[in-house]
Design a protein around this ligand. Structure first.
Ligand code: DLL
Length: 432
C-alpha cells in the first residue's frame, strides 16, 4: 500500500502543473509578506506575475543559510507570530542557530511527509517504532514522532542516547522499527553485541536512518549487524525536517515528496541547473509551507536526480543517496576528499571496525591526512606484523581512491568517540 497514492504516483506532467500553481502562490505570498524576498526580487526586476509555471523557477533568487542567519530569528517568517505553533533550530557551527517555524498547516504537512516516508520504508500501524533521534530543537525526534503517530504505529519516544535503556525497551516492548542516525545504529549494534543480545532474538525488521551521510557499504554493515532492512531518510530543518525524501523497498534512490518540495540540482560554480542526470548541489523550493516558505534554498548537499518511474510504482523523482556535502569536502593538497570515500574503502576491506576519523593538519606548507581506524583487540595482542600488514593494505587502498598519500593509525576499540546523533568524522586542525 502506498500512503498517498494520488501524489506519490501522479503523472509527471500533472505533477508539474500542481507544482506550477503552488509555486505561483508561494511567490506571491513571499513577495507580499517577506521583505527580504520582495527586496531580492525587486533588485532582479522580478514581479510575482513573471512566474507563470514551474519552468520559471530558475528565474527566482536563491536562498542560503547565511540569509537565515542574517534574518535571525524570525525575519523570514511569512506569517504573523500568532500563526506559528512551533519552532525548531539547528545548532550550527558558528554562533547563532538557524531558526525555523511552522504554522498548524505546516505541522500537518510535516507529519504527512514523514508518514509517507515511514510507509515507504514498510512501516504500518502494526509497527512499534522506537524513535532514537533527539527530541527538542532538532527536528529528528518530533518529526518522526508525528509521522509515526499519523500512520497509527505505536511510538516509543525514547529520544537519543541512554543506550542500555534503548536495548532494554527494544527487547521488552518488541520494537519493530528503529529510527536514529546511522552512526547511532552502529553504536547500538556494538552495545548489543557486548550485552550478548543476538539481533535474531529481537523483533526489529527495519531502520529509518538519516540526518548524516552514510554509504552503501555502511548500509550492508548495519543491515547485517542488526538483522534488519536499513532505509535512508533525508531532510533538513530549513525545508521542514526529516521526510523531505525517503527510500522505498527497492532502495534505488530516495523519493522526494515533490508536491511539497521542488528539487533542482545546480552547478556550484555557475549556479546554473546541472545537466540532466549529473551530480550537482541540491536546491529546494517549498511550495506549500506557510510559516517559512523558502525559494531555491541551497542545501550544500550533492546528489543527482532521476525522474524515471520506480518499480515500486511511485513516480516521485528520486535523489541518489547523498554521500557528501560540499561543506564536508576537504581539500587536501588541492585534492577533493569526502569522508564517504574513506568509509567505502574501509568497509569494503572489512577487516576493521566501522569506526573511523579523519584528522587533517598542516606540516609546514603541506596538508596532511591521518586516518584513525579501530581494529579488534586481538590485533594488538598478536605479533606486530599483522597490524602493519593491515595498516599497509588500508593505506594503499585509500590512497588509490583518493590519489594523495595518507597516514593510517590503527587504534584500539572505543578509541573513537561514539555518537548518539550526527557523527563527527573530521578533525581539521588547519582551522585551529
Ligand atoms: O538532519 C533532519 C533529519 C532528521 C533528517 C532525521 C533525517 C533524519 P538538519 O539538522 O537541518 O536536519 O541537517 C540537515 O543533514 O542538509 C544533510 O547534509 C544532512 N542529512 C540529512 N539527512 C541525510 C541523509 C536533519 N539521509 C543536513 N543522507 C542535510 C545524507 C543527510 N545527509
Amino acid at each position: 500500500m502506498i500512503w498517498n497514492e494520488y501524489y506519490e504516483c501522479m503523472d509527471r506532467e500533472k505533477m508539474r502543473e500542481v507544482q506550477g500553481k503552488r509555486l505561483c502562490d508561494t511567490v506571491d505570498r513571499v513577495y507580499h509578506n517577506v521583505p527580504f524576498y520582495r527586496k531580492k526580487m525587486q533588485t532582479m526586476g522580478l514581479e510575482p506575475g513573471d512566474i507563470k509555471g514551474i519552468d520559471d523557477i530558475t528565474k527566482l533568487p536563491f536562498t542560503t543559510k547565511q540569509d537565515l542567519r542574517d534574518n535571525y530569528p524570525f525575519g523570514l517568517f511569512a506569517v504573523p507570530k500568532s500563526e506559528v505553533v512551533r519552532v525548531h533550530a539547528s545548532s550550527g557551527t558558528t554562533g547563532k542557530p538557524t531558526v525555523v517555524g511552522y504554522s498548524r498547516k505546516d505541522i500537518y504537512t510535516f507529519s504527512e511527509v514523514v508518514a509517507r516516508s515511514l510507509n515507504s520504508s514498510g512501516a504500518t500501524r502494526n509497527d512499534i517504532v522506537q524513535i532514537a533521534y533527539g527530541y527538542g530543537l532538532f527536528t529528528g525526534g518530533l518529526g518522526l514522532h508525528y509521522g509515526a503517530e499519523k500512520i497509527g504505529a505505536t511510538v516509543i519516544p525514547i529520544s537519543g542516547g541512554n543506550t542500555q535503556k534503548q536495548l532494554q525497551l527494544m527487547q521488552d516492548f518488541g520494537s519493530t522499527v528503529i529510527a536514529c542516525t546511522p552512526s547511532y545504529a552502529l553504536y547500538l549494534s556494538e552495545a548489543m553485541e557486548e550485552a550478548g543480545i543476538s539481533p535474531e532474538t529481537l523483533s526489529l525488521k527495519a531502520g529509518i536512518f538519516g540526518a548524516e551521510p552514510w554509504t552503501e557499504e555502511m548500509r550492508q554493515n548495519i543491515e547485517q549487524s542488526l538483522n534488519i532492512k536499513a532505509y535512508d531518510i533525508y531532510g533538513l530543518s530549513e525545508i521542514i525536517g526529516p521526510g523531505v525524501a525517503n527510500e522505498c523497498d527497492y532502495q534505488c534512490g530516495l523519493h522526494i515528496w515533490e508536491d511539497h518540495f521542488v528539487p533542482e540540482t545546480i552547478d556550484t560554480d555557475t549556479l546554473q541547473p546541472s545537466k540532466k542526470g549529473c551530480i550537482g548541489e541540491l536546491v529546494f523550493t517549498t511550495i506549500t509551507k506557510e510559516a517559512l516558505p523558502l525559494l531555491r534554498y541551497r542545501t550544500r548537499d550533492l546528489t543527482r536526480l532521476d525522474d524515471t518511474k520506480c518499480e515500486c510504482g511511485r513516480t516521485a523523482v528520486r535523489m541518489e543517496k547523498c554521500t557528501g556535502r560540499s561543506d564536508d569536502m576537504l581539500i587536501i593538497r588541492g585534492v577533493n576528499v569526502f569522508p564517504s570515500q574513506v568509509e567505502s574503502v574501509l568497509l569494503e576491506i572489512g577487516e576493521t571496525k566501522p569506526h573511523y576519523l579523519l584528522i587533517v593538519d598542516r606540516e609546514g606548507a603541506l596538508d596532511t591526512l591521518e586516518i584513525w581506524v579501530e581494529v579488534d583487540d586481538y590485533y594488538f595482542s598478536d605479533e606486530i606484523g599483522k597490524l602493519e600488514g593491515l595498516s599497509n593494505r588500508i593505506k594503499h587502498a585509500v590512497e588509490s581512491v583518493l590519489g594523495i598519500s595518507i597516514k593510517i593509525k590503527l587504534v584500539e576499540p572505543k578509541t573513537i568517540q561514539r555518537s548518539e546523533g550526527k557523527a563527527q568524522r573530521i578533525i581539521d586542525k588547519r582551522k585551529a
